[in-house]
Design a protein around this ligand. Structure first.
Ligand code: NIG
Length: 416
């Protein structure tokens, strides 16, 4: 299939060479665009781009199977959403009511709600039903412009149910055009059967779950919720050592509700990313600076939990590479809309549109190790793009935070 998109008002994030490292500091604010451009897609890949001048596009137009006239519209590389819990059973709006009544996330968790509520629901949901629910969410995020997604386990907390979740995530990859990366998050909460015996649950994760997940090739990352009331720095070290032994690179739910040490332990174990980061300051910045670990912002959860936002501006000024992800999950962010996440980062963290677009595309790609194939308009990368409706500017996307602005989605070179 050969697709020509012509008369593109702005072709966004065009890079002759894919960056070698995630964008940081001033680079994050530089968004390369081509005005009045064209994009040529062939065999699922970005094959050429340039300006839509007649001598450029006339020969291509003759060979194209499909010509799309994008007059007034823009073309973006698809979002790379590097932190989600897309596979889950049911929903938790009942806790939303508790939240409105004033209970905190941790109070709800202590009463057996929160993650353990989703664990119970997931246990009772057969694999095929879990898949059907996940596919609805997958279709939803595709319509929002997402082309690659990381999906975590973590609502199983038994070997059987953790494997069930990861198999479903694998089937999402097989049955949709999304690029999917899977993460084992057995250390998401201490299950009820181990109440008061957290270390013994960590033993089970290390001795049984990680080897079994690795034996089936179900996860490339290993994650932990390093937070008061959940898991400690020492637990994180044990889980990371076991995961690394089985070829999984760490990621961390870090510093979401306190200065938990999650950032430092993540950097120590060369985590691909440390995520959340509401409680970060100089010590965390020092640890991250110069490391190979990306700081992933999850503003949807901060918004939903009514907390203070991560100090993104200070991180960027410090030269730390940041990515933005949705954290789509039933408890802290029942939303997978990356445009809304970008809007929150602009409004609440004072990031600029150029920065949020880079953080949601190329830096998101780095945070899930797909930067070589996704995240920018670069010849040879997968043709994962979306065409907007007619828009006045790219700044209009985060500004117009709730208006659906995706007109056409192309994934793997196919119009969806
Ligand atoms: O990333 N913080 C921990 N995990 C999720 C929330 C999970 C839930 O509440 O179901 C998060 O915010």
């Amino acid at each position: 299939m050969r697709i020509l998109i012509k008369n593109i008002k702005k072709l966004i994030n065009v890079r002759a060479e894919s960056p070698e490292k995630p964008l940081a500091g001033d680079e994050l604010g530089q968004l390369p665009v081509i005005d009045n451009g064209y994009l040529w897609i062939e065999d699922g890949l970005i094959s050429a781009y340039g300006e839509s001048i007649p001598s450029n596009i006339a020969p291509l137009e003759m060979q194209a199977d499909r010509v799309i006239d994008a007059t007034g519209k823009m073309v973006f590389p698809s979002y790379c959403d590097s932190h989600t819990h897309l596979v889950y059973a049911g929903s938790r709006e009942i806790e939303f009511m508790d939240k409105i009544r004033g209970l905190s996330y941790q109070e709800i968790a202590r009463r057996g709600g929160g993650i353990l509520n989703s664990v119970e629901l997931l246990h009772r949901t057969p694999e095929d039903q879990l898949l059907a629910q996940a596919l609805v969410r997958a279709e939803e995020i595709i319509s929002f412009g997402t082309g690659a997604v990381e999906i975590k386990s973590g609502y199983g907390l038994t070997l059987e149910d953790e494997i069930k979740m990861l198999r479903v995530a694998k089937r999402v990859e097989e049955q949709t055009p999304l690029t999917v990366k899977r993460t084992f998050l057995g250390a998401h909460a201490v299950p009820a059967r181990y109440a008061g015996r957290r270390e013994e649950y960590v033993d089970e994760i290390v001795r049984e779950m990680i080897p079994a997940v690795a034996a089936e090739g179900l996860a490339v990352y290993v994650d932990i919720f390093c937070e008061g009331g959940f898991f400690t720095v020492e637990d994180s070290e044990r889980v990371f050592e076991a995961g690394i032994k089985y070829g999984m690179r760490p990621k961390v739910h870090a510093n979401q509700m306190s200065f938990s040490g999650g950032v430092q332990v993540g950097v120590k174990y060369n985590a691909r990313s440390v995520d959340h980061l509401e409680y970060t300051a100089e010590e965390e910045f020092k640890a991250l600076k110069g490391s190979d670990t990306i700081a992933t912002l999850l503003p949807g959860a901060t918004f939903f939990m009514e907390m203070d936002f991560a100090p993104a501006r200070a991180m960027i000024n410090y030269g730390i590479p940041v990515a933005i992800a949705s954290n789509y999950n039933p408890g802290s962010c029942p939303c997978g809309d990356m445009k809304f996440m970008m809007a929150l980062c602009c409004l609440k963290m004072k990031m600029f549109p150029e920065e949020v677009i880079n953080a949601s595309t190329i830096n998101g790609a780095f945070a899930m190790d797909v930067d070589g194939i996704l995240g920018s308009i670069t010849v040879g990368k997968k043709a994962n793009v979306f065409i907007t409706k007619e828009v006045p500017s790219y700044e209009f996307l985060p500004y117009s935070f709730s208006t659906p602005l995706v007109d056409t989605v192309i994934l793997n070179g196919k119009i969806i």
